[in-house]
Design a protein around this ligand. Structure first.
Ligand code: R2B
Ligand code: URA
Length: 328
């Protein structure tokens, strides 16, 4: 079997040789059919889809009957995802600027009334809302969209915000792995009334490449474990929610435990994001700016201008990466 790594950056001495979605690595790990065709297009393995006359991507307000998804999205190579519509529009503007692409910044999924999707040439910028359920609905529909569009070897990057643990506020954390809310390295989902657990791995090689293009920026970027919480307040060990049933000392003990486990930030999507993308054979990374150091407090207090500036940081790193790809 042949390696299918389509290298974005040239291998450096201490880098991983293969991407995690290389056919050789993927099959050895997952022990089932590779989810991509030879031309890099996505093969969704859900056989039920074949029974549909046409497929409705309900939350995106798109379908395969009235939209020619291949004509609309066949050229897509990068998908940037993040929580808010504002941030994803700003991300789209950044990509248009660095790639020198004219764009009307029209929300292509406005008719779905849920998310925002902007297309800047081969780059999609999609808002996904907060938390795993909102994010996975957007991600699952975008994976189907990429499949119907026959997009080749797409790469998905989550550009998020997070709470840091022991890192300078404003620093960016790229997730090496993700822990769920019970501190297991897996994504949990109840299916037909039974809890199922799925692996949630990130791509070491892609992370090494992203770290290398973060080097030129004037802010810190770290590689670290990400805790994926199911709630912003108690789920992230805050004491400033409407409810709190533990002491400040309990909270500090927990945060120290996270620190020991290598956790550098907390957000609310990482495990599911890692699972869905890797199961689809799509290379992906979670790149989040930290808005505060949780060892020092719970409230997000920096001035709006500072937060707005910090929130551009993941897009700067990802923009450098995309630019390298097109300039190579
Ligand atoms: C980070 O920020 C949001 C909560 O404020 C959530 O979507 C996350 O992961
Ligand atoms: N997002 C989170 O999930 N937690 C934070 O502390 C900040 C942003």
């Amino acid at each position: 079997m042949e390696c299918t790594c389509d290298y974005i950056l040239k291998t450096q001495p201490d880098w991983e040789e293969h991407y995690e979605n290389c056919k050789v690595k993927w099959i050895a790990r997952e022990k089932r059919d590779y989810p991509k065709n030879n031309d890099g297009t996505l093969r969704l393995r859900n056989k039920h889809l074949l029974k549909l006359d046409y497929d409705v991507l309900y939350h995106l307000g798109l379908d395969t009957k009235t939209h020619d998804l291949q004509a609309m999205f066949g050229d897509v190579k990068f998908v940037c995802m993040g929580g808010t519509k504002y941030r994803m529009k700003e991300t789209a503007k950044h990509m248009a600027n660095i790639l020198d692409i004219q764009c009307d910044f029209k929300n292509i999924v406005k008719q779905g009334h849920r998310y925002a999707l902007y297309k800047v040439g081969p780059v999609l910028c999609l808002s996904h809302g907060m938390g795993v359920p909102s994010m996975t609905i957007a991600l699952e529909e975008i994976l189907k969209l990429l499949h119907y569009a026959k997009a080749k070897d797409p790469i998905i990057l989550r550009l998020g915000t997070s709470g840091g643990i022991g890192v300078t506020p404003g620093a960016v954390v790229i997730s090496s792995s993700a822990l769920n809310d019970t501190l297991e390295m897996c994504y949990k989902l109840a299916i037909l009334g039974e809890e199922k657990k799925f692996p949630c791995n990130f791509d070491k090689r892609l992370n090494q490449e992203l770290l290398s293009v973060a080097d030129s920026e004037d802010f810190e970027t770290h590689l670290g474990v990400t805790l994926c919480a199911n709630d912003f307040y108690r789920g992230e060990a805050r004491t400033d929610g409407a409810f709190c049933d533990y002491t400040e000392a309990d909270k500090q003990t927990y945060l120290q435990k996270l620190l020991q486990l290598g956790v550098k930030n907390m957000e609310m999507e990482a495990t599911a994001f890692a699972h869905f993308t890797s199961a689809a054979g799509v290379r992906a990374a979670d790149v989040c700016v930290t808005l505060l150091d949780r060892l020092l407090g719970d409230q997000v207090t920096p001035e709006k201008e500072v937060l707005t500036e910090w929130q551009k940081r993941p897009a700067k790193i990802v923009g450098n990466y995309i630019l390298k790809y097109y300039n190579k």
